[in-house]
Design a protein around this ligand. Structure first.
Ligand code: HEM
Length: 221
């Protein structure tokens, strides 16, 4: 019984962390899209500066990395418990109400995590610990993060890597939102199609929005 209870608790924490990560992705995407709407890069640089210096955001950043860690660790534990608990014969059972990608959450998650390390070393660690060029905006000097991103996406292999990564993110998100609602006990058969629809819309908008950035920067260079 304790095993079952702790499993439910793990799912709830994982769902809350996952929903928090989705909200991070929406904020992150909104800021990154500034690169496409303002070709000077000034708005993006000002937003990046705000995100890197505002004390409240700094606290959120610690919560963010904690959320990523919890989501991953609990995801791995639940997956292992699932593998151990489920006898093989259930695998051939017929229809179950899940999306295609629900069966591959651990796999898509692993790819996202692996490439997240590359992403962080491309930008985040460089911004924190490396040398970044500076740019004058309104009489003040700011780190030129826009040029860092634009230079990165002038290379085709880099663009392709990001597109593949972001497709996996889309596959992962396709199952994420409605699955989180289910783990939080907020599912009702009447609203299931709506939750599925929101999940799919989030997957397409978030992954598609992110994909536009490297692709359009590469095409327009
Ligand atoms: C085209 C897509 C993306 C671009 C251009 C981009 C750009 C950036 C940049 C420039 C930073 C450094 C910000 C700074 O330190 O000032 C950053 C940080 C970060 N990115 Fe991305 N990003 C993209 C997609 C993603 C995705 C899909 C994820 C998650 C799956 C992600 C997760 C993070 C995290 C966790 C950080 C560190 C925390 C933070 O700075 O807010 N990014 N990204």
């Amino acid at each position: 019984m304790a095993f079952k209870y702790s499993s439910v608790t793990k799912k709830v924490i994982m769902a809350l962390a996952g929903l928090f990560l989705i909200s991070f992705l929406i904020v992150h995407l909104s800021i990154n899209l500034l690169l496409l709407f303002d070709k000077s890069g000034e708005l993006f640089n000002l937003a990046a500066h705000f995100m890197a210096t505002n004390p409240v955001i700094q606290v959120f950043q610690i919560v963010l990395f904690g959320g990523i860690f919890l989501h991953i660790i609990l995801g791995i534990i639940l997956q292992i418990q699932n593998w151990l608990a489920r006898p093989k014969r259930y695998k051939v059972e017929g229809y179950s109400q899940t999306s295609f990608f629900s069966k591959f959450m651990i796999h898509t998650g692993a790819v996202i995590l692996a490439l997240l390390f590359i992403h962080l070393s491309d930008f985040f660690f460089r911004a924190k610990f490396g040398e970044i060029g500076e740019v004058l905006i309104g009489g003040n000097w700011y780190e030129d993060m826009a040029t860092l991103v634009i230079e990165e996406f002038k290379e085709l292999p880099e663009v392709l890597m990001y597109v593949v990564w972001l497709l996996f993110l889309g596959f992962h998100l396709d199952h994420a939102f409605h699955s989180a609602l289910q783990s939080l006990g907020l599912n009702h058969s009447k609203y299931t199609p709506v939750a599925f629809g929101i999940s799919r819309a989030l997957a397409i908008l978030i992954a598609g929005g992110f994909i536009l950035i490297p692709v359009l920067i590469y095409i327009n260079q």
